[in-house]
Design a protein around this ligand. Structure first.
Ligand code: F6P
Length: 474
């Protein structure tokens, strides 16, 4: 059986619990643990001088191979290009984009260095699977170094509509880089259509049956493969966690009040200010909820090397303070806003006792919190998921209370509906969502991606006539 080589910017170290690193790393570890393999990426360390030394360590069935980044590389690749250019672009926030040519060069440089460090670790029949926007050029760099293995790429965040993507001065370089992969996977059909629409409109690409696209002299397969979670295992974790000390303490602290829970990295794509404002609106216009509801918003700080994230933090501090200042009583505060992370096990218990899961990103590739909230519910007394229509998860969790996250009044209405929804309706909405999660667990996502990649390789990969690829291979 061919070995799987996963490549992602961030890895989850063998004993790391997972709350700090974000959903992607947790999902990848779950996928790798099952079939074993190599996991390659950034060590999370910043060092003085550029480093080419790969450190490897094996734990269970996974071998971890990591590379440090120099401060200059970290600034250009991670802080600037990945998180101040591509991240706002893909989340439709053109006003927040900072573009610097030097940052693009740094991004390319790190991708080249990653490719050079990875090549000596590769075996001829390895299947290489590259993840996310940090590493778009990696496949082309590997090809340039002569790698002929199957290489797939998955974008965990949205691919923006053509007119938005065109704002990126390097749109062509990255579009071309993506076509060096044998398979490019996206979270939703919407992202696939946006990518293909761009290629067709701007490069004269031809799209044919089965998601094959011919562009820049190569044929690439493009497919929507929404990522799932380990549904049954998470449901069981939540069932057990319902009687864990933290869950019991949380329940006692509520004194019979209803709990609304939000768990989001502190990121401007998550719609945090409007979520808290919506709670204020609810309390302002529906007085029956005053003293009767507690909103627990858990938001671990994220990417604080990026100025916009620091600004956002101050903004949310102010909004949470304002809502509490206006509505709190001496023995109750409507908002509990926490800048810390909890283990997934603890969160599972919190989700289970929460009457409402509040997920309202302005744009999100998938949103695994929404899926985990659903999986964690008690089937006999499930809570209500409020879910942004702009999260990829809304395509599968259609019976959630779907909201427009820009509409604060609409969010307040949804909170009211969620908090007062009768049991029969809660069950009728929850059951199809849980079934959808069971039908697409993380294992199936992984298997399906690899199966499509394999199928693609059997059909003969890559070049469709022109000399571009052979010229690029050293
Ligand atoms: O899903 C997007 C993503 O960038 C992941 O790649 C990452 O694991 C998560 O968000 C957290 O972001 P960061 O690695 O920048 O802390």
């Amino acid at each position: 059986m061919a070995r799987l080589v996963m490549v992602s910017n961030r890895l989850l170290a063998p004993r790391e619990r997972g709350s700090r690193a974000g959903g992607l790393a947790v999902a990848l570890r779950e996928a790798l643990q099952r079939q074993g393999g190599l996991w390659f990426g950034w060590s999370g360390e910043i060092v003085d001088a550029p480093s080419t030394t790969v450190r490897t360590t094996t734990a269970g069935r996974i071998t971890y191979a990591t590379l440090d980044l120099s401060q200059d590389d970290y600034d250009a690749y991670y802080t600037h290009y990945a998180n101040s250019t591509l991240w706002p672009l893909c989340h439709y926030r053109l006003g927040l984009i900072e573009f610097r040519r030097a940052a693009f060069q740094g991004y390319q440089r790190v991708n080249t260095n990653f490719a050079k460090a990875l090549v000596p670790l590769l075996r001829p029949d390895d299947i290489i699977w590259v993840h996310d926007y940090h590493l778009i050029p990696l496949g082309a760099e590997l090809r340039r170094l002569g790698v002929t293995n199957r290489i797939g790429f998955f974008l965990h965040i949205p691919f923006p509509a053509k007119e938005v993507y065109l704002a990126l001065p390097d749109h062509l370089a990255l579009g071309r880089a993506l076509t060096h992969y044998d398979l490019v996977g996206f979270q939703t059909r919407n992202d696939v259509d946006a990518f293909l629409g761009y290629l067709e409109g701007e490069t004269g690409a031809r799209v044919s049956e089965g998601g094959y696209v011919e562009a820049f002299g190569r044929t690439t397969r493009v497919q929507a493969l929404p990522i799932g979670i380990d549904t049954e295992a998470f449901a069981e974790t939540a069932r057990v966690a319902a009687s864990a000390t933290e869950t019991v303490r949380l329940t006692e602290s509520l004194s019979g009040r209803s709990l609304v829970i939000g768990v989001d990295r502190l990121d401007y794509s998550k719609g945090l200010p409007r979520k808290i404002e919506a709670l204020g609106e609810l309390l302002e216009h529906r007085a029956q909820h005053r003293r009767r509801v507690t909103y627990l918003q858990i938001s671990p700080p994220s990417r604080d090397s990026v100025a916009q994230y620091r600004t956002l933090r101050r903004e949310i501090d102010a909004i949470a303070g304002r809502v509490n200042g206006r509505y709190a009583e001496f023995d109750w505060a409507p908002v509990r806003y926490l800048n810390k992370s909890f283990s997934r096990g603890t969160l599972a218990g919190f989700y289970r006792i929460a009457h409402v899961g509040f997920v309202a990103p302005l744009r999100d590739g998938m949103n695994l919190v929404a899926k985990e909230y659903v999986a964690a519910q008690n089937p006999e007394d499930p809570g209500v998921l409020i879910l942004s229509r702009f999260a990829g998860a809304a395509r599968e969790l259609e019976t959630a209370l779907i909201v427009n996250p820009f509409d604060v009044d609409g969010l307040a209405d949804a909170l009211h509906r969620g908090l007062t929804m009768p049991l029969s309706e809660r069950i009728a909405r929850w059951e199809p969502m849980f079934d959808a999660l069971r039908a697409n667990p993380i294992d199936a996502w992984c298997d399906q991606f690899l199966a499509v990649l394999e199928e693609r390789a059997e059909l003969g990969s890559g070049v469709s006539g022109s000399t571009e690829r052979s010229a690029a291979v050293a």
